[in-house]
Design a protein around this ligand. Sequence first.
Ligand code: PMV
Length: 325
Amino acid sequence: MSARANANVALVKYWGKRDSRLNLPATGSISLTLGGLAVEADVAFGPSSGPDDVVIDGASPTSDEQARVTAFLDLVRGETGCTGGATVRTRSTVPRGAGLASSAAAFAALALAASRAAGARLAPPALSALARRGSGSAARSIFGGFVEWARGDAMDGSDSVARPLAPADAWDVRVVVAIVERAPKAVPSRAGMARAVRSPFYPAWLETTPRDLDAARAAIAARDLEALGEVAEHSALKMHAIGLGARPPLLYWRGATVECLHRAWALRAAGTPAWVTIDAGPQVKVLTSPAAAPAVATALAAVPGVERVLECRPGGGAEVLACPS
Ligand code: PMV
């Protein structure tokens, strides 16, 4: 069974967990699924138990990757009663070495492919809850377009699932990604979040994020790019400010990250719609309009230290690619 899912960029960030085993977030988050940044996963369960045979982008996984995929497949086996060892092949169309995390796309594709391969047809909310267990942000990549992942209140996480706010074709916006550095991130998001929750600024994050979610939801409903951009940039900068206040400190930015931020602000001062968001790494993503995207891409490509620029459209949700006969 094969499935494909796209990456997503959070406009109101998920940063910090209320339960790390179940990947339950401390707050809700809102994202945009990005077209063209997909991971495809093929999964087949064998007749007998045994080690899972995993190949990621044509290569053997690291021991951490193998353990993470097997732990995820164990959840699928536990939920479906399927006991066989699995053969897993994943292919990423996220540009190689682009420094863009693809774990959201990977676990959304794996959730769909593995559950179907095990004989289960999960409804989208259950699929979102399953994907969440692999990587929190994967809960959102089950759906296309603008998506909200609820914090939920249930201890078992049953209500912490994503839901679509507006499909990919409902509002045409662009995200221009400036690749600043290709090296793997120094502090993975899991470790970054664990450090962030001990920052003295974290209580302010918890207190203010519900308002950001309200503002983003309203901006999406009204197709108001300025309002959405403003709250998205605010959420991202607030998330990174938490890290500066942590001990030890956490800063994902490089010099070129800061220069891109200033470039986007200069564009905006000159009347171009351009709002920045940054995830757990140095790359800069700029939310803009289709008309302004070429100028934004040109401006970011000219920033010293920017290696490459990508222009992304809204993308669709996870989909099955082939069914066995
Ligand atoms: O899904 P994770 O554990 O890789 O965490 C994602 C964290 C951010 O990308 C920084 C924010 C988000 O909401 O996607």
